[in-house]
Design a protein around this ligand. Structure first.
Ligand code: GLN
Ligand code: ZN
Length: 787
């Protein structure tokens, strides 16, 4: 009979226990005497995860998926490969060193990551962080240099395995594979090809795998997710010899792929000396066929098939998944393993903690703990006798009812939205006039000076603001007091901006807890969970809203705040919205319609909001799309179609306004180069973008492609508490002027200022305006000389 397992569980704990324990350890200065308390928390999270798997009835208890900060970092620590620049003892095993690599020497307190560009010396700054494939999880990027050595590392994995084996057999450790560990790192210090480090790394993997075998482990799940990327040939070719080295000394290896279609590697994977392969059948159901035919002729290889979505919150359609699995079960018998598509770390822990959630929507959902049950049920359903068990039948009947209810619920299907979507025309995605004409119309009434100054939207979210929001939410503050508190913040923000001398003002976003959740609470078709946390990086967790139905705007969401701000000043106030792609990207999305369609629905709702702002006299409107770039698919061949619908969604929400209404957008990255044409195609009148961390490197992109509209490359790194000087910002403005004509250049910070305090903001924005003024004066002098 088939077997049931998952690729990993969330490690943060059902109540984010890991976050709080780790942050307390940091706060205390990472003293050895505080370590036992932290270790206790780790042990109890791991014990709970094993219990959940056992209770669900899985055949394998997955371990080795617990990590204090990040699984890539832990794997490096296991093979003695922490970056040499930290100067740790060769084979450091200390938890404190591990955290220093993750966070730099920034000190204690809560996570200092955001401030990593602060005052640290270069060799002590934290390891770089980047997104784990196309998820919202961030891993620490390994650093490989000619100095890189691998060696004896931490014993944490072996301790976890021992802990689990003490409770019973069938323990399956998971380990990030050697090729992915190398590939996901960066070459430094003159190293040109990190693949040359493979032989030395394999020595450590054989040590680790041999030791697991000696502990009594029979199967190891070895993850090689890079197989879902556009993998260069030398990397592909390295698999066979590498696994030929590992398999003779290792327990049976289940090589796990996920996040994409690996059918092009079917022959390679079938021929590798591993005992089994895992496929992500949620992302790439089409790949199953290629593998099924090869696998039936391999008389000993296991095929693990991930049919339960590890990245979303929907309950699995059991009947459908069973139909998908049944022919495989027939062909493979006990060589079929039923699984989650990937680790469950990308979904929240337990639906049982959502007592307040909308009752109907709740019946459509499954979090990690519920998904364990689904995997076990599906395994049972593949056996004729077990399938007839009353509890299994009952579960299938209940699931079928829930699926049917979801398919037909009026909560999901909104005919007004459907009609609007069907009526969308190409003209709806186009402004009435082209940019030059719009720019003229906007200049006529805005009367901005050259190099206009503005900010990205948020001002410091002080403790008082956060307390007011929390009290109001708990019904501990009256609506009146709340409104007055927020309005006082808006008055303060406007006064300050006028005093700095900024040209385009903002209301400050005090009312927003988060740029997606705020809108998710107000739009129909979204629900917000109370406890649906997932790890973003280290101790940082996020709580993405769930988009379950057609997105509908019941009433304006921002007009009252923005209009109030506008009425306090003669300067233009910029309205502030989060764009459709970013809302989609930072939410759990529907799996019953294409992402593209959900994006368009959000765009239509925003289009109405934009119209309402315009009507209320807010005629500069910014629509933030910081997540546009991270939505790019893993394979380059899939980029064009994504970019096409993403751009269209933005244009649908921004194109319903008059020519003289000015649309801004904002993005927080400088890796512009490869998608510059699409960014231009958004056709925003003005874009602001992060550049200071890359020292205006972005501007090189303009060698090849001239950005046609107005642009504000950030001149103030808001990630740092440091207040940049006027001279520094003048230098950055001058650098920008080399590539961007002065008529189209704006002056602004890199991003919103919500994480800064007012003293820093006062200093930085005063300097920023002074820098703009100084450069303006120079421009005037130059023009006079030229004339
Ligand atoms: N308007 C938002 C702010 O200023 C933008 C945040 C972001 O780009 N991440 O906070
Ligand atoms: Zn930003």
């Amino acid at each position: 009979m088939a077997q049931a397992h998952v690729l990993g569980l969330p490690r943060i704990g059902a109540q984010r226990e890991l976050k709080f324990a780790v942050e307390a350890f940091w706060h205390g200065g990472m003293r050895a005497c505080d370590e036992p308390a932290l270790q206790d928390t780790g042990r109890s999270i791991r014990a709970a995860n094993r219990r959940a798997q056992r209770d669900a009835g899985l055949d394998w208890i997955t371990v080795g998926d617990f990590h204090w900060y990040d699984h890539v970092l832990s794997t490096l620590a296991l093979v003695g490969g922490l970056p040499a620049r930290f100067g740790f003892a060769a084979a450091t095993r200390s938890l404190a060193d591990y955290f220093v690599a993750a966070r730099g020497h920034a000190g204690n307190g809560t996570d200092q990551r955001a401030d990593q560009s602060g005052n640290q010396s270069a060799n002590q700054s934290a390891m770089e962080m980047t997104k784990w494939f196309d998820t919202n999880y961030h891993y620490l990027v390994p650093e490989y240099s000619p100095q890189t050595r691998f060696g004896e590392g931490t014993d944490w994995l072996f301790e976890e395995v021992a802990e689990a084996l003490a409770e019973g057999p069938n323990v399956k450790p998971v380990l990030l594979g050697p090729l992915s560990l190398l590939y996901l790192g960066k070459e430094k210090g003159g190293l040109t090809d990190r693949l040359t480090l493979l032989p030395e790394l394999l020595v450590q993997y054989t040590r680790v795998l041999g030791r697991l075998k000696a502990q009594g482990v029979t199967w190891v799940q070895i993850d090689e997710p890079i197989l879902a990327l556009d993998l260069p040939a030398p990397w592909r070719e390295a698999f066979a010899p590498a696994y030929a080295r590992l398999s003779p000394v290792a327990p049976s290896l289940l090589l796990a792929t996920y996040f994409g279609d690996v059918s092009e590697h079917a022959d390679l994977l079938a021929s590798l000396p591993v005992a089994g392969v895992h496929l992500d059948a949620v992302r790439a159901p089409q790949a199953l066929e290629a593998f099924a035919s090869r696998w039936s002729s391999h008389h000993d290889k296991v095929l693990s098939v991930g049919v339960v979505d590890g990245r979303n919150v929907w309950r699995t359609d059991l009947a459908r998944a069973r139909a998908q699995l049944a022919p495989l079960a027939q062909a493979l018998g006990n060589r079929l393993w039923v699984a989650s598509s990937c680790s469950l770390m990308h979904c929240p822990v337990d639906l049982a903690n959502e007592g307040q959630l909308d009752k109907e929507v709740r019946t459509w959902l499954a979090f990690a703990v519920q998904k364990l049950g689904e995997v076990a049920l599906l395994r049972c359903s593949l056996d004729a006798a077990e399938f007839l068990r009353a509890d299994v039948q009952e579960a299938f009947v209940a699931d079928a009812a829930a699926q049917a209810a979801r398919r037909t619920s009026p909560r999901i299907h909104n005919t007004v939205v459907q009609k609007r979507l069907a009526a969308l025309t190409e003209a709806d995605a186009r402004r009435a006039s082209a940019y030059p004409a719009r720019a003229r119309a906007q200049r006529a009434w805005l009367k901005l000076p050259p190099l206009p100054t503005t900010t990205i939207g948020s001002f410091p979210q002080t403790a008082a603001i956060r307390a007011a929001r929390a009290e109001f939410r708990r019904h501990a503050m009256s609506h009146l007091d709340y409104l007055e508190t927020m309005r006082a913040q808006i008055r303060l923000a406007i006064e300050k901006q006028e005093a700095y001398g900024l040209d385009v003002l903002v209301h400050g976003e005090a009312e927003r807890n988060d740029m997606v959740e705020y809108f998710g609470e107000l739009l129909w078709g979204f629900v917000i969970t109370a406890n649906g946390w997932v790890q973003s990086y280290g101790s940082r967790c996020v709580k993405p809203p769930v988009i379950y139905g057609d997105v509908y705007l019941p009433e304006p969401m921002t007009v009252a705040w923005s209009a109030y701000a506008q009425q306090l000043t003669d300067k233009p106030v910029k309205g502030m919205l989060t764009g459709p792609v970013t809302m989609l990207q930072w939410s759990f999305v529907r799996d019953d319609q294409p992402r593209e369609q959900t994006a368009l629905q959000i765009a239509l709702a925003l289009r109405e909001e934009v119209a309402a702002l315009e009507k209320a006299g807010v005629r500069v409107i910014q629509i933030d799309e910081p997540a546009l770039r991270e939505g790019l698919p893993l394979r380059e061949r899939d980029w064009p179609s994504y970019l096409e619908w993403a751009v269209r969604a933005f244009r649908v929400c921004s194109s319903g306004v008059a020519d003289d209404t000015q649309i801004h957008t904002h993005m927080c990255y400088s890796e512009f180069h490869d998608i510059l044409p699409s960014i231009a195609a958004l056709d925003a009148d003005v874009i602001s973008i992060e550049t200071t961390r890359s020292d205006m490197e972005l501007l090189d992109a303009f060698e090849a492609f001239e950005y046609p509209n107005d642009i504000g490359p950030g001149v103030y790194d808001i990630h740092s508490p440091r207040v940049p000087s006027q001279a520094e910002m003048e230098r950055l403005i001058e650098a920008a002027l080399v590539r961007i004509p002065s008529e189209r250049l704006w002056i602004n910070p890199d991003c919103g200022l919500k994480t800064r305090d007012w003293t820093q903001v006062d200093g930085a924005l005063t300097h920023m305006v002074a820098a703009a003024n100084a450069v303006r004066a120079r421009l005037v002098r130059q023009q006079a000389q030229a004339a």
